[in-house]
Design a protein around this ligand. Structure first.
Ligand code: 4AD
Ligand code: MG
Length: 465
């Protein structure tokens, strides 16, 4: 018999038909005459109730149906007598696929802490919370592809293994097949990467941007959507060592339109979540963040505030004068910490902010230099609860200026000769940005730790699963 998903059964159109439901037992309760089994198959946050008349079923079989077991049930879908569900299945046959020993199965009682669930990340998809998060994650990925596809931007695949450090931050994971105990050495005694797999020093990418730019300068508009890796040792609720980034890159787009694109993009994703994930969002809102739904609706309503870095620093300095305490000092030239970003967004403007025109020293070499010679056309989108959710810029399109900036920032020309070629041959104004997928998910799910919005998080000292 063909399997019916629980989401489809709950719609009620199949009432009075015989159906086959398969899933994992959430709870079993009942009395001497009848058992009620709450079954979930991941197709929805809602369980379906299976009613088993004990006169019909072997007691030994029923005893094996415990929380976590996987079963297949054939039975008639009927309107439910009890409260709490509209339909239920009157079981006529039950097959057990897999039992779950109640003395060791860790997901027994309700209300496990998120910290505990991180230690059993292999089983946490079976909880309501993580089922909801991973379904929203899926829907957000579909929203992102749909948004760019509808704009005519192509999905472009940048490599994960790279010989260049795009962000110039040097926080990369090395990729090597050399023997770590006695690597080949040059005459000078340094490790000889010419003997390594790729004949050079390579790492996992921190961004697909540089390759994405090459595609934009031929195909017009592209976006990448893939994993990126950063070996920064920041144990914060907003940093992962492996995270997913979406990086659109568009020819003929200048900074203003880049900001428009970023704002339209985030709003589209949030609207998509409200339109397609309400069951899951409501569950997470009820359990973790009572203001979730109103916060999502709120960002759709107003235009984001657009603010220069210089103006932002002025507001923060004013706040300090008026008694606001920050952990990190604030002055023109300082890199903003998350506390500063959140002050602007949550306390001062009470709306998302797009900050632009940063001092060149604190931004990457590829950002377009402003006429003042001091600031670059970078833009960060700052969000409530998150801080920076997007980082991007208009790119330096001028060959000579770009070479000079690379030199100033210590990016070796020999590593980016191919990138520089795009400015030697048919250069054009272009812009792009990177959205941290998990930061978007933090916002949309209302969760407060980034380890809870990616299935198997990689953070310092943590790569178990
Ligand atoms: O600001 P970032 O470093 O920008 C870039 O990588 C550019 N190449 C993007 C571009 O212009 N194409 O990173 C972009 C975004 C950040 O705003 C943040 O949302 C996310 O990526 N991000 C992280 N997310 C989780 N864990 C980390 N360690 C992250 N580092 C950055
Ligand atoms: Mg950034």
């Amino acid at each position: 018999m063909k399997r019916t998903k629980i989401a489809d059964a709950l719609r009620g159109e199949l009432v009075s038909q015989e159906i086959n439901i398969k899933g994992w037992v959430r709870t079993k309760r009942g009395n001497k005459a009848v058992n009620f089994i709450a079954l979930n198959d991941g197709s929805t946050i809602h369980n379906i109730q299976i009613v088993a008349d004990l006169a019909q079923f072997d007691a030994a079989l029923m005893a094996q149906i415990t929380t976590g077991a996987c079963i297949s049930v054939i039975g008639k879908l009927v309107e439910s007598q009890g409260s709490g569900q509209s339909v239920e299945v009157q079981a006529s046959a039950i097959e057990i696929y897999g039992t779950a020993d109640p003395t060791t199965y860790p997901l027994q009682k309700k209300g496990h802490s998120l910290e505990f669930l991180r230690e059993i990340a292999h089983l946490r998809p079976r909880t309501n919370t993580f089922g909801a998060i991973y379904r929203i994650r899926h829907h957000m990925a579909i929203a992102i592809h749909t948004f760019f596809h509808n704009k005519g931007y192509y999905y472009f695949h940048a490599p994960l293994i790279t010989g260049s450090d795009c962000e110039g931050a040097g926080q990369m994971f090395q990729v090597t097949t050399l023997n770590q105990d006695c690597p080949p050495r040059t005459k000078e005694g340094e490790v000889d990467y010419r003997k390594d797999f790729f004949g050079r020093h390579t790492s996992l990418t921190v961004s697909g941007q540089l390759e994405g730019e090459m595609a934009a300068m031929a195909m017009g508009g592209i976006y990448t959507f893939g994993p990126t890796f950063r070996a920064e040792n920041s144990n914060t609720p907003r940093h992962l060592a492996e995270f997913w980034m979406i990086e659109p890159e568009v020819a003929f787009l200048e900074i203003e339109e880049n900001m428009d694109l970023a704002e339209e993009f985030i709003k589209y994703c949030v609207q998509w979540a409200l339109d397609n994930c309400m069951d899951d969002i409501s569950f997470l809102g009820d359990h973790f963040d009572k203001e979730l739904v109103s916060r999502l609706q709120f960002v759709l309503e107003k235009p984001f505030v657009r603010l220069s870095y210089t103006e932002g620093i002025r507001i923060l300095e004013e706040a300090v004068k008026n008694g606001t305490k920050f952990e990190f000092p604030i002055y023109w030239g300082a890199d903003l910490a998350s506390e500063h970003e959140r002050y602007l967004v949550e306390e001062h403007f009470k709306t998302p902010v797009i900050m632009t025109d940063y001092p060149k020293e604190i931004k990457s070499f590829y950002m377009k230099l402003n006429e003042d010679g001091k600031t670059v056309r970078g833009m960060d989108v700052l969000f409530p609860k998150i801080g920076e959710i997007i980082g991007g810029s208009e790119r330096e399109a001028d060959y000579d200026k770009l070479v000079a900036r690379a030199q100033e920032m210590g990016v070796p020309e020999k590593d980016i000769w191919w990138y520089l070629d795009s400015r030697r041959y048919g250069t054009a104004p272009h812009s792009g940005f990177g959205l941290g997928f998990e930061r978007l998910l933090l916002f949309v799910t209302g969760m407060s730790n980034i380890r809870d919005v990616i299935p198997f998080p990689r953070t310092p000292n943590n790569a178990e699963f």
